[in-house]
Design a protein around this ligand. Structure first.
Ligand SMILES: *Cc1c(COP(=O)(O)O)cnc(C)c1O
Length: 408
């Protein structure tokens, strides 16, 4: 039998049925009317942010990386909970503006920004995290054309990466950011052009669980920001320290020791170099804020055996859950936390594979794992579904269409 990932703490059952936001999931499926269904718990998002704020130094602002979950109601909820938003496209900008978020609360990173996206950002006072000298030239020209002073920060490609991170975003040749040694010259060019220089954006990696590795990277990030500021000869108004906090998806993973990360950062803040004394710092987080708040529910349509292996076939699949199927940036497929939502807590009775409804062998939600006996009509829950689920999966594949989503 293959192990399943750890179900996030705090989920309970009533009469064997998984509970989300105080109600059994069967209630939500009935109310919404169909499966597959993503449920996002507002309460869990609020609790996670409160926990983070309590552990981190008060000086650290908290930004939400929209790409983790751009569902409108989630963005509206976040509007009252975080200090800013990070976007990666003009589409995400439109979503945020529609939720009433002011451009001044938004920063925009991403290696390929179209002129019309740069223009929309400048018009709305969004901070552009510049990814290249060429992009800087285009942003300055657009600012002049519009008669507006663009707000420009420089995304630095750091000369280190976040150890143990699932996704390395710095160190070596990268399409993201500007190599550290070329940053001071670019900042001076921005200042000479009278742009509103906002500071640095330094993002070294994502999905890390080791507190000491995260703390070490944050230390290196502060050192780098200080060094660059010295070379520029001007204090950066703002410095985005990146993110990095991951969530446990697989068997042996354990949660980040938040107190250790916050404690180390507080110590670093206490002995900041002079040039960073007045700088405002933020962290940008996606999955850490919303990942464990989401559950994906799909119904068992068929139960069958083949060469001695039992399969539960569901009405969902990789078109909503690319990451859980093992096809979104993983080398070896491992099982996410998955459970029979209508038999939660019942003893394991059999080894089964839970698959989706697509005609491809890639469409696996759980492979050869132990579950209580489930049948046609039972609901399957995939946990850790609040980030990089619905919007990061090919919903149109095989004509299936998107899942339902609900913030509860
Ligand atoms: C994707 C991304 C994030 C969010 O990453 P998570 O792992 O979801 O926290 C933050 N910043 C940048 C620049 C990103 O590209």
């Amino acid at each position: 039998m293959k192990p399943l990932g750890p179900i996030p703490a705090g989920f309970e059952a009533i009469d064997g049925v998984l509970v989300v936001a105080g109600r059994p999931v069967t209630h939500w499926v009935e109310e919404v009317g169909d499966t597959p269904l993503f449920l996002y718990s507002a309460e869990r998002i609020r609790a996670r942010i409160a926990q983070l704020r309590a552990a981190m130094p008060a000086r650290l602002a908290l930004h939400y990386a929209v790409k983790a979950n751009p569902f409108g109601p989630v963005l509206s909820l976040m509007h009252g909970l975080v200090d800013g938003f990070d976007i990666a496209s003009g589409g995400e900008l439109r979503e945020l503006l529609a939720c009433g978020v002011a451009g001044g609360e938004i920063s925009f990173a991403g290696p390929g920004k179209r002129d019309r996206e740069l223009e929309a950002a400048i018009v709305h006072g969004v901070t552009l995290n510049l990814e290249s000298e060429g992009e800087a030239t285009r942003a300055l020209a657009l600012g002049q054309k519009l008669g507006l002073r663009p707000r420009l920060a420089v995304r630095v490609n750091p000369d280190f990466d976040l150890k143990g991170s699932g996704m390395k975003m710095g160190g070596g040749a990268k399409p993201f950011g500007i190599d550290a040694e070329r940053v001071p010259a670019l900042v001076r060019r921005l200042l000479d052009a009278d742009a509103d220089w906002r500071g640095f954006h330094i993002f070294a990696g994502s999905q890390a669980l080791d507190a000491s590795a995260i703390a070490e990277t944050q230390g290196q990030t502060l050192d780098l920001a200080a060094r660059l500021a010295q070379e520029v000869g001007k204090a950066p108004p703002h410095c985005n320290l990146g993110g990095g906090l991951g969530i446990p998806y697989f068997g042996p993973d354990t949660p980040v020791d938040l107190e250790a990360v916050g404690g180390a950062l507080a110590q670093r803040f206490e002995r900041l170099p002079e040039i960073l004394q007045d700088t405002r710092f933020c962290m940008e987080l996606g999955r850490y804020l919303v990942g464990e708040a989401g559950v994906y529910l799909t119904r068992v349509l068929d139960r069958k055996t083949s060469h001695g292996e039992t399969f539960l076939v569901t009405d969902g699949g990789l078109h909503h859950q690319l990451a859980a199927s093992g096809n979104f940036g993983t080398v070896v497929r491992r099982n996410y936390p998955v459970a029979i939502a209508t038999r939660l807590g019942a003893p394991v009775e059999e080894e089964v594979s839970i698959v989706g409804c697509l005609c491809t062998p890639l469409d696996k939600l759980a492979e050869k794992a132990g579950f209580p006996r489930a049948d046609v009509g039972d609901l399957v829950a995939v946990f850790c579904a609040g980030a990089y689920g619905a919007s990061a999966s090919p919903a149109s594949f095989l004509g299936q269409g998107p899942a339902l989503e609900r913030l509860v």
